[in-house]
Design a protein around this ligand. Sequence first.
Ligand code: HBI
Length: 99
Amino acid sequence: MSIARLTDAERAAALGTLPGWNLREDGLAIVRTLKFGDFNEAFGFMTRVAIEADKRDHHPEWFNVYNRVEITLTTHDAEGLSERDVALARFIDGIAPAA
Ligand code: HBI
């Protein structure tokens, strides 16, 4: 399925609305690290994101150790960032713990 890659301008605009996320050095993904109270909270968060990601058919690349979750969002089909990444980042921000 072809999904449109964001233009540089669209990418910059989207990042401006996603505090806490950073552009990966290659410009093809956005990344964010979240810290939770403990592993149980972290994994509960990952479970909620996993269910939502599967509904959207758009899945994060992520790493978890104890209370830390490192998330990378990119669109493989677009070989870069797409609106799907921005939308999933907004969902994540909506359930993430306050910094
Ligand atoms: N998840 N992050 C991400 N990027 C994709 O391109 C993608 C996905 N999940 C499923 C999916 N694409 C399907 O459309 C197949 O292309 C695998």
